[in-house]
Ligand binder design. Structure first.
Ligand code: 2AM
Length: 190
């Protein structure tokens, strides 16, 4: 066993967690939506997050080097507020359903750009897609059918983003996101 090239690669991404109480507020909503729209795979509340950069499967050495570069990211903490819903894909049966970033989109974009620069430094291929901050709520199954009317997501208190997280994505019957490392945000030295 073992020995296969790249066998110990780590599937990872960088993101912002949702605070526990915000996830708890969303749990009943997600539950109701999954009953109303079974053509979609609804994200289990513990997995709700805002993706800053999907990394794919990386060699541990590359991940370590990237992590070192991420330690150097300097950015002040910022407020994040989610409000309302949006979709990617066709209007009547979208591919992705997500929560909109009402406040803090600029902070997220600045952070994503710093992460992109760090990724380039360690030789990762550039992310081809434009960064659009969102919190994915659901992804379409193979034949999602028409998306029914859904209730409004609950209003969530804004919160202070004071760090970002390196997650490992463990694929299985249920996807598990494991926090590998946390990088604090601070204003740095002037
Ligand atoms: P999204 O939900 O914000 O669109 C972990 O898999 C996260 O990485 C997902 O939440 C997803 O972000 C993002 N991601 C981006 N590209 C991906 C890909 N090709 N495969 C899996 N996840 C991807």
């Amino acid at each position: 066993m073992g020995g296969s090239v790249g066998g110990d690669r780590v599937r990872a991404f960088l993101g912002l967690p949702l605070p526990e109480d915000r996830r708890a507020r969303l749990a009943a909503h997600v539950e109701e939506c999954s009953r109303l729209a079974p053509g979609y795979r609804w994200v289990p509340p513990p997995n709700l997050h805002l993706t800053l950069r999907f990394l794919g499967s990386l060699e541990p050495e590359i991940l370590e080097r990237l992590s070192g570069r991420l330690e150097e990211v300097r950015q002040p903490p910022f407020e994040l507020e989610l409000d309302g819903r949006g979709t990617f894909g066709p209007r009547t049966s979208p591919r992705v359903i997500w929560l909109r970033v009402k406040r803090g989109a600029e902070g997220c974009a600045t952070l994503a750009a710093a992460i992109e620069a760090a990724s380039a430094d360690v030789g990762l291929e550039a992310e081809p897609r434009r960064f659009r901050p969102h919190v994915t709520l659901a992804r379409a199954r193979a034949e999602p059918g028409r998306l029914p009317e859904l209730p409004e997501p609950p209003a969530l208190e804004p919160w202070l983003v004071d760090g970002f997280v390196l997650y490992q994505s463990l694929l299985g019957r249920e996807v598990i996101y494991r926090e590998l490392r946390r990088y604090p945000l601070d204003a740095g030295e002037i």
